[in-house]
Design a binder for this molecule. Structure first.
Ligand SMILES: Cc1cc2nc3c(=O)[nH]c(=O)nc-3n(C[C@H](O)[C@H](O)[C@H](O)COP(=O)(O)OP(=O)(O)OC[C@H]3O[C@@H](n4cnc5c(N)ncnc54)[C@H](O)[C@@H]3O)c2cc1C
Length: 510
């Protein structure tokens, strides 16, 4: 059973990495299950980033909406997400004299993703992004001072179109919660929590006509003319992750209810999944231990413009695999992907520990020394061979690599092209920190058409079934890359769009 305590623990781990603030569980919205099971105009599976705006906007048009969530709280991944949004052509940009547009945003997404994102879905998402951010701001959302910016943790945009609030995803959730409560006062939205949807109901003709859900061990049937799958991704389901992506899920950092239920529901009625082979790893973090998946523990500053690297990065064979001061985070991530288990070790010596600016984010030199003495992904040894043995790296490989690196430092010419060569690695004791590449968004997702209707392999829509958010697959809006804000913003924007445009009467069957 995943409860609020699990959410709090996970949120605190992310906060240690600077990814999100600790969760203050004050956004809970209690709800009773409705006695009647419909029929509703719209049943939304998942009261998260995409589901909430869909419910709000459908209700505003007079629709009777059922919002079901498996979790005990609304909000989904917004509880953990950094909530970084991107939108081109917002009112805020105009007021700051920033000339931008959805077209320029589109071009940047395709540039950064090297053409690998789905242009049809990206187009829809970027066209809706500015109206969505404008709407959030009308409702009281306030970006951080100095925003929008061009980037932070991912490849930079060519314009200032990247915004987030002081409390990350929760800054967005606060706004959505207020708006939802206002709509619920109309009596048009029924909200049912702790109630996972387990099946879709279909008519003999194949049209979706409701869902089956469980609550407190008993089964309920809800009838509805249309169903929106807004149940997020599968990043908290390691077995499904490995099956769909072909890589192990190394980090235990996603929303616990992101289990891929929507993908399975879509498949059960003829939908299919796309986005395989689009997996990309982040450039890694320090995990709490050597298990997989493990909790995030700390971050190492690998952006060379923020801290020029003194250390070398080696894989399990003891080989370097990228120039450590490679300025493009996308290139560093691509270089890590083919390394065994997307894992590397940051290797340094005592001189570096004593002299270089501390590399572990928000840690002092003494914190690092303490971890080297006590933590099992931090290693210290009197020789390079002993260090390699402790860390699980090939000893000969590491000794050879360090010899070659020291020659590069002496000559000022590095075979990998590294420019920052401050000191050789030669003063015992030697140290290493194990870094693990990981991803927290799901790449594979439900195939939809340009109206976000779930389609079968022949491209025919499954009547009455829609999908939005990470259930579509992160790769559709971001490609084989991390494009800033291109998960949260599309989820919000496409959920809102469906709430505004879904046919609400007999035309739903057309
Ligand atoms: C730590 C972290 C940081 C991130 N930072 C960013 C960022 O800065 N920018 C960005 O663009 N993206 C970011 N992302 C990704 C982004 O937050 C998500 O892709 C997005 O919020 C997902 O929205 P969603 O509506 O698809 O899913 P969610 O918001 O997770 O909502 C899905 C809802 O469905 C519910 N659900 C699941 N299964 C069922 C079921 N069977 N029945 C009923 N309900 C169900 C869940 O409980 C959940 O409430 C981040 C993700 C993480 C984990």
């Amino acid at each position: 059973m995943i409860d609020r305590r699990t959410l709090l623990t996970r949120s605190a781990a992310l906060a240690a990495l600077g990814l999100s603030q600790p969760l203050i569980a004050r956004t809970s919205t209690t709800a009773r299950a409705p006695a009647a099971g419909g029929p509703y105009d719209l049943i939304i599976v998942g009261a998260g980033t995409a589901g909430l705006p869909a419910a709000i906007f459908a209700s505003r048009r007079g629709a009777r909406v059922l919002l079901l969530d498996a979790a005990p709280v609304i909000g989904g991944t917004l509880h953990l997400s950094t909530g970084q949004m991107s939108a081109g052509g917002t009112r805020l940009q105009k007021s700051l004299g920033i000339v931008d547009s959805a077209d320029a945003h589109f071009d940047d997404v395709m540039r950064i993703s090297q053409g690998s994102a789905n242009p049809e879905i990206v187009r829809l998402a970027v066209d809706q992004a500015a109206p969505t951010v404008d709407w959030l701001m009308d409702c009281g959302f306030r970006p951080m001072p100095g925003h929008p910016v061009m980037g932070l943790g991912h490849e930079f945009y060519s314009e200032r179109r990247y915004y987030w609030g002081e409390n990350g995803g929760r800054s967005i959730l606060e706004v959505l919660t207020r708006e939802l409560e206002a709509e619920r006062a109309s009596g048009r939205i029924d909200l049912v929590l702790d109630s996972p949807v387990t099946a879709l109901l279909r008519s003999d003709a194949g049209a979706i006509e409701g869902v089956r859900a469980t609550q407190a061990g008993s089964e309920r049937v809800y009838r509805g003319r249309q169903v929106l799958l807004a149940s997020g991704g599968y990043a908290s389901n390691p077995a499904f992750w490995e099956e769909l992506d072909g890589y192990r899920q190394h980090a235990n950092a996603a929303y616990p209810f992101s289990r891929g239920d929507g993908l399975r529901l879509a498949r059960s009625v003829g939908g299919y999944l796309r986005g395989r082979s689009m997996y990309l790893t982040s450039f890694g973090a320090i995990l709490a231990d050597e298990s997989s998946p493990a909790a995030l523990y700390a971050g190492f500053e690998t952006w060379p413009d923020r801290r020029a690297p003194w250390e070398i990065y080696v894989n399990v064979r003891g080989e370097r695999f990228v120039r450590e001061d490679e300025p493009s985070v996308h290139q560093r991530e691509l270089a890590l992907l083919p390394q065994p288990e997307q894992r590397f070790w940051i290797v340094f010596d005592e001189h570096m520990l004593a002299t270089a600016p501390p590399g572990v984010k928000n840690w002092s030199r003494e914190d690092i020394r303490e971890a080297l003495a006590t933590q099992n992904v931090f290693y210290t040894a009197p020789t390079l061979a002993a260090l390699a043995q402790r860390a699980g790296i090939d000893a000969q490989g590491l000794e050879y690599t360090v010899r070659r690196y020291n020659e590069a430092v002496a000559s000022g010419r590095d075979p990998w092209g590294r420019e920052h060569l401050p000191a050789p690695i030669g003063q015992a004791p030697y140290h290493a920190i194990r870094m693990q590449g990981f991803a927290i968004t799901s790449n594979v997702g439900i195939a939809v058409d340009a109206r976000l209707r779930v389609i079968d392999v022949r491209g025919n829509p499954v009547p009455g079934l829609y999908a939005a958010g990470e259930a579509l697959g992160h790769s559709q809006t971001s490609g084989k890359a991390y494009v800033g804000g291109m998960s949260v913003t599309p989820a919000l924007s496409l959920g809102r769009l469906l709430g505004q445009t879904l046919p609400l009467d007999a035309e739903a069957r057309a």
